[in-house]
Design a protein around this ligand. Structure first.
Ligand code: KIV
Length: 272
């Protein structure tokens, strides 16, 4: 029997909260296009993140800073069209929410209206408190992002592990508590010591999703191109590769080129 879209139970923020409460880990991956989103959704990923990492993996930029609001909306609307079950979170790009809270609200509303995404994510703590409050007041679910926040790469200078020193760890805990108090439904913690992530996940009641934050959190997120082995060069310690698509794709394309050159493709059977 085929499954109709309406028969599938969609993931909600409420369900993600329940998953934390009963100790079921949350799976999250990035997605930037329709075809990939259909595969990830059908494979059972709970949350799809239309990450601003699209700036790196889709557009080839060195950082996440150049991607625009229009480009994020384009990626997000493609992902939403491929999803039946997963909760779709859309990253607010650099420059679309830091200026002032009215602009942040306008950007979040554009994302929700024009992409059909289910929630947004933004980077930072106390310094973007007004923007978060304003977006939440419009009924938009907000996911926080603390630790290594790639939109601030020029402030940090490197992509190394964050919050190793007590002062930075303390600020991260305070920011996490603030995000929860404001009403965020979840927080991503990126590249911080496992013990600190554990402390945050234990102290907070909302789900904590880690990337390079160890196993003691409520869920995990990876960039899909990294975990599928499409990117060959990026090899951080936290990354587990579940496939070597770079090799599989290269072999397939080389075989295609060989067949075309050898006049072996198309065959009579592949012609009209
Ligand atoms: O943009 C992104 O891919 C992200 C993840 C690293 C969490 O924010």
């Amino acid at each position: 029997m085929s499954v109709h879209k309406n028969d599938i139970k969609k993931v909600t923020t409420h369900q993600l909260q329940n998953m934390k409460e009963r100790g079921e880990k949350i799976s999250m991956l990035t997605a930037y296009d329709y075809s990939m989103a259909t595969i990830l959704d059908a494979a059972g990923v709970d949350v799809l993140l239309v990450g601003d990492s699209a700036s790196n993996v889709m557009a080839g930029h060195e950082t996440t800073l150049p991607i625009t609001l229009d480009q994020m909306i384009y990626h997000a609307s493609s992902v939403v069209r491929g999803v039946s079950r997963a909760f779709v979170v859309v990253d607010m790009p650099f420059g679309s929410y830091q200026g002032n809270s009215s602009e942040a609200l306008r950007s979040a509303i554009r994302i929700m209206k024009e992409s059909g995404g289910h929630g947004i994510k933004l980077e930072g703590g106390a310094e973007i408190k007004e923007s978060i409050t304003r977006i939440l007041s419009a009924g938009v679910p907000v996911m926080g992002h603390l630790g290594l926040t790639p939109q601030s790469i020029y402030k940090f200078g490197t992509y190394t592990v964050r919050a190793k020193e007590e002062a930075e760890a303390q600020k991260l805990i305070e920011d996490a508590l603030l995000l929860q108090e404001l009403g965020c439904f979840a927080i991503v913690l990126e590249k911080i010591p496992s013990e600190l992530a554990k402390r945050v996940a234990e102290q907070l009641t909302i789900p904590i999703i880690g990337i390079g934050a160890g196993p003691h959190v409520d869920g995990q997120v990876l960039v899909v191109h990294d975990m599928l082995g499409i990117n060959k060069e990026f090899k951080p310690r936290f990354l587990r590769r579940y496939a070597d698509l770079h090799t599989i794709m290269t072999d397939a394309v080389q075989n295609y080129v060989k067949d075309v050159k050898a006049k072996d493709f198309p065959s009579e059977k592949e012609a009209y």
